[in-house]
Design a protein around this ligand. Sequence first.
Ligand SMILES: Cc1cc2nc3c(=O)[nH]c(=O)nc-3n(C[C@H](O)[C@H](O)[C@H](O)COP(=O)(O)OP(=O)(O)OC[C@H]3O[C@@H](n4cnc5c(N)ncnc54)[C@H](O)[C@@H]3O)c2cc1C
Length: 313
Amino acid sequence: MTAIDPVGVKVTLASGQVLSADRIVLAPGIEFDEVPGLGTSDRMPHAWKAGTQTSLLASQLAAMPSGGTAILSIPKVPYRCPPGPYERACLLADWMKVNKPGSKLLVLDANADFTAEKDNFSQAFYGLHANVIQYVTNAEVTQADPATMTLNTTQGQFKGDVVNLIPRQRAGTLVTANGLANTTEGRFAGVDVLSYASTVAGAGKVHIIGDSSATTQPKAGHIANQEAKVCADAIVRLLAGGTPDPAPVTSSACYSTITMTQASWLTAVFQYNAASASMQAVAASSAASVGWSSGDYRDMGTWFNALMADTFA
Ligand SMILES: Cc1cc2nc3c(=O)[nH]c(=O)nc-3n(C[C@H](O)[C@H](O)[C@H](O)COP(=O)(O)OP(=O)(O)OC[C@H]3O[C@@H](n4cnc5c(N)ncnc54)[C@H](O)[C@@H]3O)c2cc1C
């Protein structure tokens, strides 16, 4: 899709073909802010979309000398997968202990503190991986120099042999370029969480789910799956002349690798709150593991396979 007409409810394809619809559902994921100085260099991959970027980071890490320094920079919220960068830091630290002895991992966080699973990640950062990870908070990247592998941040300058630079994020271009990113400083799409219809005036027949939308739920694959179901159910009801389910419930589970063989977990249930017109976490149905285990690592595989089978059935 190269363009959409949110009011006329039409999409244009790369072939030039224009399709009309009763409703449009968009899930174009995320795009990244430009980082001053980075240009088109691939020396500091984000590896936050799988494919060439993750392969590139893997090969750079494999080529890093033992005793080297890797940097992982975390953008300001909201970003895709809140626990993801901390999980990656733990996994990298564990891998470096075995494969790159004596190496350090500098985690530069633009946020003031861990943005998810604080108990488990702080135990891992300051306990299990304390000899590898150095955690710097309030360190927002202001400039990158790929030639010298240096990052300027609000906490000073840092240099690494490998730099995994994850820039600030916004909705996919289809959303931002078509006037649908009306929240979070113009970054993400405001939606009515009963149907995921856009809240932009006149664009209510465009529904936006997944990481491109702005809701109180995390930007996670499990939540994207749940949003798709609520959205599809609402569209079926609307097309039949009815109204969306007034009390949707969604759930999310997340496993985080703390080592190459152990994981922690977090789960949350969200329920529609009519007063705030938003999905609110139900405290009694939300929980997190105390620590991590190899049993949870095995369960992670089961959860992942079930989610993929359900999503792509
Ligand atoms: C390291 C990492 C770990 C993660 N771990 C977890 C986890 O444990 N649990 C979890 O639930 N989530 C996790 N996530 C988050 C999860 O991957 C995302 O939340 C999820 O993929 C969002 O789905 P989406 O459909 O919104 O976007 P995407 O999966 O990015 O899909 C968007 C799709 O739209 C396509 N697209 C974009 N523009 C166009 C266009 N113009 N025309 C046609 N197609 C287009 C893109 O090519 C892409 O295929 C993780 C993410 C990362 C990076």
